[in-house]
Design a protein. Structure first.
Length: 83
């Protein structure tokens, strides 16, 4: 998820592009843009980099275990057929 500083920067850049007449409403626009962006990001169910990295490590360990089990099963099946 984006941190509040990034949302503030996004809102600031958006309001800088407004015509001068609308800049009087800058604070209100920034607030609304920030709320809308936060709401959109929440609906996307984004995860942090730390959460993603943790899950990637879990997945890597799971794959290693699966490959080891597959090799073990293949070895056991091979010995059963030879008997």
């Amino acid at each position: 998820m984006l941190d509040p500083k990034q949302l503030d920067e996004l809102a600031r850049r958006f309001t800088e592009q407004l015509p001068s007449g609308l800049r009087d409403l800058q604070q209100e626009v920034e607030k609304n843009v920030r709320i809308a962006a936060q709401s959109a990001f929440n609906r996307m169910e984004l995860v942090t980099r730390e959460e993603f990295d943790a899950q990637a490590k879990v997945l890597a360990r799971t794959r290693e275990k699966l490959e080891a089990l597959e090799a073990r099963i293949a070895a056991l099946e091979g010995t059963e057929k030879a008997e």
